[in-house]
Design a protein around this ligand. Structure first.
Ligand code: IMP
Ligand code: MG
Length: 183
Protein backbone atom coordinates (compact mmCIF):
# COMPACT_ATOMS: atom_id res chain seq x y z
CA UNK A 1 0.00 0.00 0.00
CA UNK A 2 1.33 3.42 -0.95
CA UNK A 3 0.86 6.52 1.17
CA UNK A 4 -1.80 7.65 -1.29
CA UNK A 5 -3.69 4.35 -1.14
CA UNK A 6 -4.19 4.87 2.58
CA UNK A 7 -6.33 7.96 1.89
CA UNK A 8 -8.75 5.97 -0.27
CA UNK A 9 -12.02 4.74 1.24
CA UNK A 10 -12.91 2.44 -1.66
CA UNK A 11 -11.91 1.72 -5.23
CA UNK A 12 -14.69 2.44 -7.72
CA UNK A 13 -12.92 1.37 -10.91
CA UNK A 14 -9.71 -0.59 -11.13
CA UNK A 15 -6.95 0.07 -13.63
CA UNK A 16 -8.13 -2.96 -15.63
CA UNK A 17 -11.77 -1.86 -15.66
CA UNK A 18 -10.78 1.61 -16.85
CA UNK A 19 -8.58 0.17 -19.61
CA UNK A 20 -11.40 -2.08 -20.84
CA UNK A 21 -13.89 0.80 -20.91
CA UNK A 22 -11.44 3.14 -22.66
CA UNK A 23 -10.93 0.50 -25.33
CA UNK A 24 -14.71 0.28 -25.90
CA UNK A 25 -15.10 4.05 -26.09
CA UNK A 26 -12.18 4.29 -28.50
CA UNK A 27 -13.73 1.71 -30.81
CA UNK A 28 -17.09 3.49 -30.70
CA UNK A 29 -15.49 6.86 -31.47
CA UNK A 30 -13.46 5.30 -34.26
CA UNK A 31 -16.69 4.33 -36.04
CA UNK A 32 -18.16 7.79 -35.51
CA UNK A 33 -15.09 9.83 -36.49
CA UNK A 34 -13.19 7.89 -39.12
CA UNK A 35 -12.63 10.14 -42.12
CA UNK A 36 -13.76 13.22 -40.20
CA UNK A 37 -10.31 14.43 -39.15
CA UNK A 38 -11.39 15.14 -35.55
CA UNK A 39 -9.54 17.45 -33.20
CA UNK A 40 -9.30 16.05 -29.69
CA UNK A 41 -9.24 18.80 -27.09
CA UNK A 42 -8.24 17.79 -23.60
CA UNK A 43 -9.29 19.88 -20.64
CA UNK A 44 -6.30 20.33 -18.36
CA UNK A 45 -5.32 19.17 -16.00
CA UNK A 46 -7.79 16.45 -15.01
CA UNK A 47 -8.18 14.85 -18.45
CA UNK A 48 -4.50 14.46 -19.34
CA UNK A 49 -4.30 10.75 -18.54
CA UNK A 50 -7.66 9.91 -20.12
CA UNK A 51 -6.63 11.88 -23.22
CA UNK A 52 -3.41 9.93 -23.60
CA UNK A 53 -5.27 6.62 -23.41
CA UNK A 54 -8.33 7.54 -25.48
CA UNK A 55 -6.42 8.87 -28.49
CA UNK A 56 -4.43 5.64 -28.63
CA UNK A 57 -7.64 3.60 -28.31
CA UNK A 58 -9.18 5.56 -31.21
CA UNK A 59 -6.90 5.11 -34.24
CA UNK A 60 -8.39 7.82 -36.46
CA UNK A 61 -6.25 10.38 -38.24
CA UNK A 62 -6.62 13.31 -35.84
CA UNK A 63 -4.76 15.93 -33.92
CA UNK A 64 -4.69 17.05 -30.33
CA UNK A 65 -5.01 20.33 -28.46
CA UNK A 66 -5.10 21.29 -24.82
CA UNK A 67 -7.13 23.91 -23.03
CA UNK A 68 -6.85 24.86 -19.38
CA UNK A 69 -9.66 26.42 -17.42
CA UNK A 70 -10.14 27.51 -13.87
CA UNK A 71 -13.44 27.91 -12.14
CA UNK A 72 -13.79 29.71 -8.88
CA UNK A 73 -15.02 27.72 -5.94
CA UNK A 74 -13.55 25.56 -3.22
CA UNK A 75 -11.56 22.36 -3.72
CA UNK A 76 -14.48 19.98 -4.20
CA UNK A 77 -17.08 22.08 -6.02
CA UNK A 78 -16.88 24.54 -8.88
CA UNK A 79 -18.69 27.82 -9.22
CA UNK A 80 -20.34 29.15 -12.35
CA UNK A 81 -17.54 31.41 -13.54
CA UNK A 82 -15.16 29.64 -15.92
CA UNK A 83 -11.96 31.29 -17.11
CA UNK A 84 -9.59 30.09 -19.81
CA UNK A 85 -6.03 30.08 -18.48
CA UNK A 86 -4.46 28.40 -21.54
CA UNK A 87 -6.19 28.48 -24.91
CA UNK A 88 -5.90 26.16 -27.90
CA UNK A 89 -3.28 27.13 -30.46
CA UNK A 90 -5.05 26.83 -33.81
CA UNK A 91 -8.01 27.92 -35.87
CA UNK A 92 -10.84 25.47 -35.28
CA UNK A 93 -13.31 26.77 -37.84
CA UNK A 94 -15.00 23.91 -39.64
CA UNK A 95 -13.38 21.27 -37.42
CA UNK A 96 -15.10 18.39 -35.68
CA UNK A 97 -14.06 18.69 -32.06
CA UNK A 98 -14.12 16.02 -29.41
CA UNK A 99 -13.69 17.53 -25.97
CA UNK A 100 -12.03 15.08 -23.60
CA UNK A 101 -12.93 15.73 -19.96
CA UNK A 102 -12.35 13.90 -16.69
CA UNK A 103 -15.76 14.43 -15.10
CA UNK A 104 -19.04 16.11 -15.96
CA UNK A 105 -20.33 17.39 -12.64
CA UNK A 106 -22.34 20.63 -12.41
CA UNK A 107 -21.84 21.07 -16.16
CA UNK A 108 -20.42 24.59 -15.80
CA UNK A 109 -17.11 23.81 -17.45
CA UNK A 110 -18.40 21.84 -20.42
CA UNK A 111 -21.40 24.03 -21.18
CA UNK A 112 -19.04 27.02 -21.22
CA UNK A 113 -16.49 25.25 -23.41
CA UNK A 114 -19.03 23.86 -25.86
CA UNK A 115 -20.42 27.34 -26.42
CA UNK A 116 -16.91 28.78 -26.67
CA UNK A 117 -15.86 26.32 -29.38
CA UNK A 118 -19.07 26.77 -31.36
CA UNK A 119 -18.59 30.54 -31.23
CA UNK A 120 -15.07 30.03 -32.60
CA UNK A 121 -16.57 28.25 -35.60
CA UNK A 122 -16.25 24.53 -34.84
CA UNK A 123 -18.45 22.47 -37.17
CA UNK A 124 -19.38 20.14 -34.31
CA UNK A 125 -18.47 19.67 -30.66
CA UNK A 126 -18.81 16.21 -29.15
CA UNK A 127 -18.14 15.56 -25.50
CA UNK A 128 -16.33 12.52 -24.18
CA UNK A 129 -16.17 12.35 -20.41
CA UNK A 130 -14.58 9.61 -18.39
CA UNK A 131 -17.05 10.10 -15.55
CA UNK A 132 -20.55 11.51 -15.38
CA UNK A 133 -22.07 12.63 -12.09
CA UNK A 134 -25.60 13.55 -13.25
CA UNK A 135 -26.97 14.05 -9.74
CA UNK A 136 -25.10 17.34 -9.41
CA UNK A 137 -25.97 18.89 -12.76
CA UNK A 138 -27.06 22.54 -12.75
CA UNK A 139 -26.59 23.16 -16.51
CA UNK A 140 -28.50 21.41 -19.28
CA UNK A 141 -25.71 19.41 -20.90
CA UNK A 142 -25.11 15.75 -21.70
CA UNK A 143 -22.03 13.94 -22.89
CA UNK A 144 -21.91 11.97 -26.14
CA UNK A 145 -19.47 9.41 -24.74
CA UNK A 146 -19.41 8.43 -21.07
CA UNK A 147 -16.96 6.07 -19.41
CA UNK A 148 -18.82 5.50 -16.18
CA UNK A 149 -21.75 7.11 -14.39
CA UNK A 150 -20.77 7.75 -10.78
CA UNK A 151 -22.74 8.45 -7.60
CA UNK A 152 -22.45 11.78 -5.78
CA UNK A 153 -19.13 11.10 -4.09
CA UNK A 154 -15.83 12.92 -4.46
CA UNK A 155 -13.51 10.76 -6.52
CA UNK A 156 -9.79 10.91 -7.28
CA UNK A 157 -7.25 9.12 -9.44
CA UNK A 158 -6.60 8.54 -13.14
CA UNK A 159 -6.18 12.30 -13.58
CA UNK A 160 -8.73 13.50 -11.04
CA UNK A 161 -7.36 15.43 -8.11
CA UNK A 162 -8.05 16.68 -4.66
CA UNK A 163 -5.99 19.86 -4.11
CA UNK A 164 -3.82 18.81 -7.10
CA UNK A 165 -2.89 15.47 -5.51
CA UNK A 166 -3.84 11.85 -6.31
CA UNK A 167 -3.91 12.42 -10.10
CA UNK A 168 -1.34 9.67 -10.56
CA UNK A 169 -3.31 6.91 -8.86
CA UNK A 170 -3.86 4.29 -11.59
CA UNK A 171 -7.43 3.57 -10.42
CA UNK A 172 -10.44 5.73 -9.49
CA UNK A 173 -11.41 5.79 -5.85
CA UNK A 174 -13.40 7.66 -3.24
CA UNK A 175 -11.37 9.74 -0.85
CA UNK A 176 -11.85 9.20 2.89
CA UNK A 177 -13.97 12.09 4.19
CA UNK A 178 -11.41 12.91 6.89
CA UNK A 179 -8.91 13.78 4.15
CA UNK A 180 -10.98 16.78 3.04
CA UNK A 181 -13.18 17.42 6.10
CA UNK A 182 -10.90 20.26 7.17
CA UNK A 183 -11.98 22.25 4.12
P1 IMP B 1 -18.18 21.05 -13.43
O1 IMP B 1 -17.75 22.32 -14.07
O2 IMP B 1 -18.90 21.28 -12.11
O3 IMP B 1 -18.95 20.10 -14.32
O4 IMP B 1 -16.91 20.30 -12.91
C1 IMP B 1 -15.88 20.03 -13.69
C2 IMP B 1 -14.60 19.95 -12.92
O5 IMP B 1 -14.75 19.83 -11.50
C3 IMP B 1 -13.90 18.69 -13.34
O6 IMP B 1 -13.15 18.92 -14.50
C4 IMP B 1 -13.06 18.37 -12.14
O7 IMP B 1 -11.83 19.04 -12.22
C5 IMP B 1 -13.83 18.91 -10.96
N1 IMP B 1 -14.54 17.83 -10.24
C6 IMP B 1 -15.87 17.65 -10.15
N2 IMP B 1 -16.19 16.57 -9.41
C7 IMP B 1 -15.01 16.03 -9.04
C8 IMP B 1 -14.64 14.84 -8.28
O8 IMP B 1 -15.46 14.05 -7.78
N3 IMP B 1 -13.31 14.64 -8.13
C9 IMP B 1 -12.36 15.44 -8.66
N4 IMP B 1 -12.64 16.54 -9.38
C10 IMP B 1 -13.95 16.82 -9.56
MG1 MG C 1 -10.01 19.42 -10.91
Amino acid sequence: MSMMDQDILKVLYTQEEIAARVKELGAQMYEDFKGKDPLFVSVLRGAFIFMADIVRACQVKSDVEFIAVSSYGNATTSSGAVQITHDIQQDISGRNLVVIEDILDSGNTLSFLKQYFLTKGAASVAICTLLDKPSRRTKVITADYIGFTVPDEFVVGYGLDYCQKYRNLPYIGVLKPEVYSGE
